[in-house]
Design a protein around this ligand. Structure first.
Ligand SMILES: [Zn+2]
Ligand SMILES: [Zn+2]
Length: 244
């Protein structure tokens, strides 16, 4: 299996990075994790065939994780996509997506697509299977607007990938990422403790009990980006590929 960071930036384009979007492919899987506002141009820049994507998992409703869906869906319509597409995310995703579509492209939410589009609301700690992908969401803690907030533990091709989503430290990250082959974790600041976001030093204190086999830091602010060469951890960059 292969994961490519299509975008690993924050909401503010820190470091000129694209919003969050990861592309996972394997023998029987092809899906995205998050689709931020800039994700369609980022996917096109990497030459990723959108028609082959079967599933998009959304962690929460902030624009840098969710805001790219209207562009992607319109592009799919105009390029005459026929392959079914599943978009799964937190409770309320159907109405959130509808109002986002209407805000950005009036009447677009009512367009009859040529392809089957399923919008599925996920519940924390209830596993769902989409083709060869098993997804278990865990509730995380990222403030009062834009939620519910879900981290994902994803099993596919005999591997486990966990993505923390945006969150301050919460104990649910331990079962979500325990023994994962790859744990992609937000590290917004180095050691500054803020509400709603995770700092590397806080995360570091919990790494032994998580026991993930590989860690890659993402969603970094300028504070973290200035330190990437001296952190001693792998940090994501746009376009980076991880083989699993
Ligand atoms: Zn974010
Ligand atoms: Zn967020």
């Amino acid at each position: 299996m292969r994961l490519q960071f299509v975008g690993c930036g924050d909401a503010f384009g820190s470091g000129g990075r694209f919003n969050t979007c990861f592309h996972v492919t394997g023998e029987r899987v092809n899906f995205l994790i998050d689709c931020g506002a800039s994700s369609l141009p980022a996917l096109k820049r990497l030459g990723i065939v959108r028609d082959d994507i079967d599933l998009i998992l959304i962690t929460h409703f902030h624009g840098d994780h969710f805001g790219g869906l209207p562009f992607l869906l319109l592009d799919a319509q105009f390029t005459r996509r026929t392959r079914p597409l599943v978009i799964a995310g937190p409770q309320g995703i159907e109405t959130k997506l509808q109002s986002l579509m209407e805000a950005l492209f009036e009447h677009s939410s009512k367009t009859k697509q040529r392809f089957d589009l399923s919008i599925i609301a996920l519940t924390q700690e209830e596993s769902r299977t989409f083709g060869a992908v098993k997804v278990t969401p865990y509730q995380v803690d990222h403030g009062k607007s834009g939620g519910p907030f879900l981290a994902y533990r994803i099993e596919a091709s005999g591997r486990i990938i966990t993505y923390s989503a945006d969150t301050e430290w919460t104990e649910t990250l331990i079962p979500a990422a325990r023994d994962a082959d790859l744990f992609i974790a937000e590290a917004y600041y180095y050691d500054k403790i803020v509400k709603n976001h995770l700092s590397l030093k806080t995360l570091e204190a919990h790494l032994p009990e998580i026991g993930a086999k590989r860690l890659i830091l993402t969603h970094m602010s300028d504070d973290m980006l200035a330190r990437v060469d001296s952190l001693g951890y792998t940090t994501a960059s746009d376009g980076m590929v991880v083989e699993l």
